[in-house]
Design a protein around this ligand. Sequence first.
Ligand SMILES: [Zn+2]
Ligand SMILES: [Zn+2]
Length: 83
Amino acid sequence: MKGIKRDGQDIDECPGCNKNVIQRGVYCKDCKKWWHFRCQQTTKDIVESKYKNKEYTCKNCKNLEEKRNNNTPKRKRVKMEIS
Ligand SMILES: [Zn+2]
Ligand SMILES: [Zn+2]
């Protein structure tokens, strides 16, 4: 599964807190950033069950998308990431 955070790979900065996402994180397919679960106000368990086999979209991108598609909300496929 692509997008899973692996140990020892490049260090990615979480846009939410500007700290590195080293172990636990979720990858947003839209902004292509790694987020901490807590910076998305979620947990690994929630993401795991909700985004099973789907790509994750972070809250930021969701908001932007909602604004863009004001009247025509589109369902996008999401894939989740876990460490
Ligand atoms: Zn963070
Ligand atoms: Zn995003």
